[in-house]
Design a protein around this ligand. Structure first.
Ligand code: GAR
Length: 232
């Protein structure tokens, strides 16, 4: 691991380190901004990324508040984490909607009603429509478990294993209409290990996700605050 990466993580983050992993760019220690950014988190799964965002806020590494966690699945484990940390949440089940558009509009309304400034797709397993993307232009980001532009779409970790790549990782990027294609904000590279199970690799990738997602949020939030000042 590059020395400055390692030092940065040891000094600033209490997460498990993946030896030999690399985060780039790592300029986010300067991503300070004020006032707090209001986040809306979208999740469909276990909510580990959501939990690390909460921890980063609690540790004062991220000057943010979570206005709402929105899940599309009532059985999603992220809900338990919202209950644990007393974060407001909403279940907007896509199966209760007649169309993707109807679901998107309910999600968009909820985010707008709460004056969310930055939308974070933290394991949101749905394609978001143009209405949400246009309402939150440059203010909606996604985390994906590969080094984009490689391995877009579903089961990116399996795709990487099947291609026998030697390095994979995770990416935080802006969301645009084409899936997993927006500008890249920050990436972490994770070398594969021989004979390693997919589950273990996934764990190592996710431990890097837990580091880069809060860093990316800080970076984008700083941009949002800076452009607000520029327009004054
Ligand atoms: C994360 O690994 C994230 O990269 C992935 O879902 C997982 C959610 O985990 N997202 C995608 O694959 C989106 N295409 P979590 O619920 O524990 O945060």
């Amino acid at each position: 691991m590059k020395q400055d990466n390692k030092e940065y993580m040891e000094n600033n983050l209490s997460y498990d380190l993946n030896e030999q992993s690399l985060i780039s760019p790592l300029d986010s220690e300067t991503s300070l901004f004020s006032p707090k950014i209001r986040l809306g988190i979208l999740a469909s799964g276990n909510g580990s990324n959501f939990e690390y965002i909460v921890k980063s806020i609690e540790n004062k590494q991220l000057n943010a508040e979570i206005s709402i966690l929105i899940v599309n699945n009532p059985k999603c484990l992220a809900i338990n984490k919202a209950l644990k940390y007393k974060i407001p949440y909403a279940i907007i089940d896509h199966r209760d909607c007649n169309s993707r558009y109807e679901h998107d509009m309910l999600v968009k309304k909820k985010l707008e009603d709460l004056s969310v400034e930055l939308v974070v797709m933290a394991g949101w397993m749905r394609i978001v429509g143009e209405e949400i993307i246009n309402s939150f232009k440059n203010r909606i980001i996604n985390i994906h478990p590969s080094l984009l532009p490689s391995f877009k779409g579903v089961d990116a970790i399996q795709q990487a294993i099947e291609k026998k790549v030697t390095i994979t990782g995770c990416t935080v990027h802006y969301v645009q209409k084409e899936v997993d294609s927006g500008s890249i904000i920050i990436q972490a590279a994770v070398p594969l290990k021989e004979q390693e199970s997919k589950e273990k690799l996934k764990k190592r990738i996710q431990s890097m996700e837990h580091i880069i997602l809060p860093l990316a949020i800080a970076k984008v939030a700083k941009n949002i605050r800076t452009s607000f000042m520029d327009n004054k």
